[in-house]
Design a protein around this ligand. Structure first.
Ligand SMILES: O=C(O)CCC(=O)C(=O)O
Length: 305
């Protein structure tokens, strides 16, 4: 009321308006919502204060039994498993060998990405088929490029050409895992901009190194700024209220990324990674869309330098 009076509203009128507002059913509903939010925020803060006892990305020694994996998933925190896949047959893959084995077949890749503002958001716009040897020549070429990348959406492991690779992997034996493997294959310099996924992921680095920038899924700033599951921030140069954990994964290392964890990924070498969402746990979080559904315009994705 004081504010209204300060703004020149006659005191009696100001008192009447404020009293009418206080009686309004809309205010009662808003108060009930505010109370609900206050309670949820306390619960989230409690969770955050406990979780600070561990580094955001903890380390776990492999190999991982299904029971260990289930417990880790239940904690819903990212963790690194150094050397998880070092003894898999895939540890002996080399670029020349992959070229010799599969070179004369063709795969779908995302190409011409530099010509698109949001190639990761609208990956369909860049999907083309290419001979595997021509693609691998681009992958291992000198220099750095984000123009061509075979991403999970290209579904290369669902095609017969690369199916023999599956025999060299030793993912946890969960029903259906062999149909749920996703390949990421590209040159040094590929960038997957900041986003969260709507599933829990076990990500295994097979060839080359990648740099991950990771932020807790509950970060308020990113939850506020996201549109769909992308956010227009570069975690190489983050806002002050976005604490980032940065680390590298190298050949044989694995990373568990729970649904909702913010991450941005850069290849430091020609790199090949394979991930799965078959973890032997319920993994259907399609409803987790703090940034809304894709009905609005896609966000402009900032390209890290
Ligand atoms: O390796 C990459 O470039 C991106 C991986 C990723 O973001 C994911 O699996 O969700």
């Amino acid at each position: 009321m004081a504010t209204l009076v300060e703004q020149g509203v006659e005191p009696k009128l100001a008192a009447r308006e404020v009293a009418a507002l206080a009686r309004s059913p809309a205010v009662a509903v808003a108060k009930a919502y505010a109370e609900r939010v206050r309670r949820y925020e306390l619960a989230v803060r409690l969770r955050e204060e406990h979780s600070r006892l561990l580094p955001l990305v903890d380390r776990v020694d492999g190999p991982l039994t299904l029971e260990q994996l289930r417990r880790a998933v239940a904690l819903a925190r990212p963790f690194l498993i150094p050397g998880f896949a070092s003894s898999w047959p895939s540890a002996s893959w080399t670029w020349p060998e992959l070229r010799a084995r599969f070179g004369d077949g063709d795969v779908e890749v995302s190409a011409g990405r530099d010509g698109h503002e949001r190639p990761d958001v609208r990956y369909q716009d860049t999907a083309v088929r290419m001979r595997f040897d021509a693609f691998l020549d681009k992958v291992v070429a000198d220099g750095s490029s984000n123009d061509v990348y075979l991403v999970a959406h290209n579904r290369a492991l669902a095609e017969p050409l690369l199916a023999p690779l599956l025999g060299d992997l030793r993912f946890p034996e969960v029903p259906g895992v062999e149909r749920n493997l996703h390949l990421w294959l590209g040159p040094r310099g590929t960038v997957t901009p900041l986003h969260h996924d709507r599933v829990d992921i076990l990500f295994v680095q097979i060839l080359g190194r990648k740099r991950f920038h990771v932020v807790d899924g509950m970060n308020r700033r990113l939850l506020k700024d996201c549109l769909t599951y992308w956010v227009d921030h570069d975690l190489g140069n983050p806002p002050d209220d976005v604490p980032v954990t940065t680390f590298e994964v190298g050949p044989g290392d694995a990373l568990f990324l729970p649904c909702g964890t913010w991450h941005q990924v850069t290849s430091l070498d020609p790199a090949l990674s394979i991930s799965t969402t078959s973890l032997g746990t319920p993994n259907e979080f399609g409803w987790y869309e703090p940034g809304g559904t894709s009905s609005g315009p896609p966000p402009k994705v900032t390209r890290p330098a």
